[in-house]
Unconditional design. Structure first.
Length: 80
C-alpha cells in the first residue's frame, strides 16, 4: 500500500500504478479504498486533536483574562 500511496502522490495514473505494482484492477481499487479510509482516519484524528488544543488555549486565555479582571476590580461606593 505504501507503493500505491507514493505513486498516487506523484500523480501517476491508475493504469500505470496497476501495471507497475502488478495488481489486478479489482485488487488495486480495493487497496486504494483501504488507503483512503486509513488517510481519512488519520486526518480526523488530527482534526480532533487540533480542536481540543484550540479549546484548551481559549479556556486558558479566558481564565487569565478573568483572573486579571478580578484582581483589577475596584469596589463601587455610592455617595449618599
Amino acid at each position: 500500500m505504501n507503493e500505491i500511496q507514493f505513486r498516487l502522490i506523484n500523480e501517476e495514473s491508475d493504469k500505470d500504478i496497476m501495471r507497475t505494482v502488478l495488481l489486478s484492477e479489482r485488487n488495486y481499487y480495493k487497496y486504494k479504498q483501504k488507503l483512503a479510509k486509513k488517510l481519512e482516519k488519520i486526518q480526523k484524528e488530527k482534526n480532533d486533536t487540533n480542536v481540543w488544543l484550540e479549546v484548551q488555549t481559549i479556556k486558558n486565555r479566558m481564565s487569565h483574562i478573568f483572573s486579571v479582571g478580578k484582581k483589577n476590580q475596584r469596589p463601587i461606593y455610592k455617595n449618599e
